[in-house]
Design a protein around this ligand. Sequence first.
Ligand SMILES: N#C/C(=C\c1ccncc1)C(=O)NCc1ccccc1
Length: 255
Amino acid sequence: EEKVKRIDSATDKARAREKDSDRLKVEENVFDVPTLKILYTLSNKGIIKAMGGAISTGKEANVFYAEGDEKELAIKIYRMASSTFKAMDAYIMKDPRFTNIRNNRRDIIFAWTRKELQNLKRAKSAGVRVPEPIVAEKNVLIMEFMGEEKKPYPLLKNTPLEDDEAKLVYNKIVEYMHLLYKEANLVHADLSEYNILIDPADKTPVFIDMGQSVTLEHPNAREFLYRDVLNILRFFGRYGITDKPEELLSKIQAE
Ligand SMILES: N#C/C(=C\c1ccncc1)C(=O)NCc1ccccc1
């Protein structure tokens, strides 16, 4: 009996240590001194009132909850030690809006952050539901928090849907892809169930993660659009959506 108790408490301690090291890992990699200076400046400007916990953690960025002046914020911090900055190349160096940046890590990551702000602005003004973009400062992007009571809306991937609900969500996503294409002149270029949030109140989709989104002038824009189309049809196939890629493409590109 005594032995079992000792093992349990040792296990708990080990788990606690592991959790802390995870949290520390996230914090230490992303909160380097320059990033902390930016957050400090933004809090001095009254934009950030208090930083919260991590909403999403990934290899190229982390998203944190924060309290803003009047509303809740999501703070997306691109990792400067990011291993995927080479991948960013393919999207940014051929984008006519960013041809003049030097090909080094800092400049690419800063340009990428600005690009996500600009793309969110264009998407928003085209009528696509996205987080309201607020400010981009170097590798830090501040936007509206999409959630309730510090709890972010769930990803489409993690949202149980009845077939009839799924049809409505699909139609809304198709409408947003059409608006993005016709009104914002943009292709998301990484659209999938991992980059769409669902507002639980009315099941409307929210497009997120537009750092890689490209304008139709980008040489690979149609190829990226086709990939988005295949991702969406693959996911909604399970709900009985039978659109063919060409049918969805024509809905998106229709006048
Ligand atoms: N933008 C954004 C995101 C959420 C969000 C929630 C609530 N309000 C605004 C944004 C998000 O998870 N993006 C995907 C991601 C980013 C970084 C690492 C892993 C995964």
